[in-house]
Design a protein around this ligand. Structure first.
Ligand SMILES: Nc1ncnc2c1ncn2[C@@H]1O[C@H](COP(=O)(O)OP(=O)(O)OP(=O)(O)O)[C@@H](O)[C@H]1O
Length: 594
């Protein structure tokens, strides 16, 4: 790490990307070795051709029959064609497998990324890494690697044969090619950087579109179409410019390799011609040597082509390596012991501190004691830290300091899978997953029985809604189905939470969109549920808050008062203010005013 971190970013990322590429190719080493063997066979067949041609020419000059040589030449040509055809299919298959493997791994990690990582990145950019970046790896991890090794071996083979014909001519050819190699050292890293830039810009296109389509009503209502189109346009332009730069560099590589081979031919022709006239070389040897120089264009273009291809792959691999370095929740797949907390637990929160990156602390030493069972309400002004407290209970984030204990067990010592198995959480916005209402209900407990589903439908007052729908529980909802109202979505989310029979139920403004009748019904359900489950709720409705046995007032990341509705009305100015202004909206239905 020490050495790596001192290297400039380009070199470090290049090396890491190459390691990633090799790691990806490693599981397919058997098939890759076969593909390389076939490539070498085809190349050997190619290398033999000038020798056989020389043999044919010598036979002709000596007045011998050349049929044998011609037959061998034909066999070599045909053999190379068949081998190349099979090899192309084999390599494509390996390439597809590499991409499948990368996409599976990326999908696995992206779904398990920690929220702190997701907060810093846009979903569109992350998605593009699993889609377009992984495609770029396809040919690099197979064809690129094979062509590189094959190009190198063929080149060395050709060099050896050329050196046996004439060392001086070989040295002259090598001199020309060294210049090419030096030029490549300069151009190739630029291809990689251009590809990384282009892919980052493609990711940005995804981000902008994701943001725009995700808030399309806001965009339309505010006439933001032109602005959003311009924002996408800027990213598209950046991708185009980076793509052009890459194309320019790739073109330069092929021009350089063609020029170097042409130069080598001219040098060999001039020098070789001179040697032939002075008797230092036979004509057939010169022709054979020249055929090798002509032949060199094939491994050289394979080599330079594979190097550009590899640079493209490496450029994309940089972005894939980044995903590898993002923190994931490793313990969400671990087995869950249902006995961790047998009944509704007492929740003990001690000196909890937490700050989002680049923000002032959202929680500044919260200590509370939530009794086992029963309902506890959290109230406070917007931004006080209520949702953040729930996020820490769910272990979406880890606290900077302090502990949360469930029945004396520190949740940091439980796996996230265990913590989340114990807790059901109804979010503020209650989004629907794409699928049917039934699938949305059973998302947390796919094995729920029809009776259990019927019970939660009753509890969440969803019966009427489901009965009205043509396909009942099979009705699709979400982006591709029936659009549910805010209140309906909340009731589905509550039903889903109840179906999981949690030990702890977190409700984050879960009644905000409910009408008075449904809210009253839900309060009765919570009354029953809280006998077997510790309910912690954030609410802005006086009716919901006042029915809680304990109320905590959170202000600017700290608990400023705890008590019952009546005691807080007497003792806490902020609660009194909240109760008479913010919470007053439905005072008519509050138990205290009824
Ligand atoms: N993902 C996040 N990244 C950065 N800051 C955040 C994030 N989520 C919340 N915050 C900030 O943390 C503070 C506490 O937010 P939190 O959502 O916990 O408040 P809240 O009491 O639930 O508010 P509300 O009643 O409006 O939902 C706020 O200043 C908020 O802007």
């Amino acid at each position: 790490m020490g050495v790596t971190s001192r290297l400039p970013y380009g070199i470090r990322s290049g090396r890491e990307s190459l390691q990633t590429l090799l790691k990806l190719a490693w599981p397919h080493r058997g098939a890759l070795a076969l593909a390389l063997l076939l490539t070498l066979l085809a190349s050997a067949a190619g290398l033999m051709q000038p020798l056989v041609a020389r043999w044919a020419l010598d036979a002709l000059a000596g007045g011998d029959r050349m049929a044998g040589a011609m037959l061998l030449l034909a066999a070599l040509l045909l053999g190379a064609v068949v081998i190349n055809g099979f090899n192309a299919w084999l390599q494509q298959r390996i390439a597809e497998r590499v991409v499948r493997q990368v996409r599976r791994r990326l999908a696995h990690r992206l779904i398990r990324l920690r929220l702190a990582e997701l907060d810093r990145r846009s979903p569109g950019d992350l998605i593009s890494r699993a889609t377009s970046d992984s495609t770029l790896l396809q040919s690099a991890a197979t064809g690129g690697l094979i062509a590189l090794v094959n190009g190198l071996l063929t080149l060395v083979g050709a060099f050896a044969l050329m050196a046996t014909i004439h060392v001086g001519l070989f040295a002259a050819t090598l001199g020309v090619l060294v210049v090419l190699a030096l030029a490549l050292l300069f151009v190739l890293p630029r291809i990689r950087r251009a590809v990384t830039r282009a892919q980052a810009a493609v990711g940005e296109v995804g981000s902008v579109l994701d943001r725009t389509l995700g808030a399309i009503r806001t965009v339309k209502a505010n006439g933001g179409e032109r602005r959003e189109t311009a924002a996408v346009g800027t990213a598209i332009e950046r991708a185009y410019q980076a793509g052009l730069t890459g194309a320019r560099h790739r073109a330069m590589v092929s021009v350089l390799s063609a020029i170097s081979v042409q130069t080598a031919i001219l040098v060999v022709l001039g020098l070789g011609g001179f040697l032939v006239t002075t008797g230092g070389l036979t004509l057939s040897a010169l022709i054979a040597f020249l055929l090798y120089v002509f032949y060199l264009s094939s491994p050289i273009s394979a080599l330079t082509g594979s190097l550009s291809l590899l640079q493209q792959g490496l450029g994309a691999a940089v972005r894939i390596v980044e995903v590898e370095s993002m923190a994931v929740e490793e313990d969400v797949d671990s087995p869950v012991s249902t006995l961790v907390v047998p009944g509704p637990p007492q929740i003990e929160i001690q000196d909890l501190q937490f700050a989002y990156p680049t923000r002032r602390p959202a929680l500044r030493g919260v200590s509370i004691n939530v009794p086992a069972g029963g309902q506890t309400a959290l109230v406070g002004l917007s931004g006080a830290g209520k949702t953040t407290l729930f996020a820490l209970l769910e272990r979406f984030y880890e606290p900077d300091r302090g502990r949360i204990r469930l029945d004396g067990r520190d949740i940091a010592e439980l796996t996230r899978a265990e913590v989340r198995h114990l807790i059901a959480y109804v979010e503020q916005d209650a989004p629907m997953m794409d699928g049917t209402i039934g699938e949305n209900l059973t998302y947390g407990d796919p094995k729920a029985s029809p009776d259990e589903i019927a019970a939660v439908l009753r509890d969440a007052r969803l019966n009427d809604l489901v009965d009205q729908l043509e396909f009942g529980l099979e009705t699709p909802v979400g982006a591709h189905g029936v659009a549910l109202s805010g209140g309906e979505r909340q009731r589905v989310a509550i039903a889903r939470a109840l179906l999981r029979k949690p030990r702890v139920l977190l409700l984050d403004e879960a009644t905000a969109h409910l009408d008075a009748r449904n809210e009253l019904a839900l309060r009765e359900v919570l009354e029953t549920v809280s006998a077997r489950c510790t309910v912690l709720l954030i609410a802005h409705r006086l009716s919901t808050v006042a029915s809680a046995e304990q109320i905590m007032v959170l202000e600017d990341g700290i608990i400023r008062a705890t008590g019952t509705h009546e005691s807080l009305l007497r003792s806490d100015a902020l609660y009194r203010e909240l109760a008479t202004t913010q919470l007053l909206t439905d005072a008519a239905s509050s138990p205290t005013t009824r």
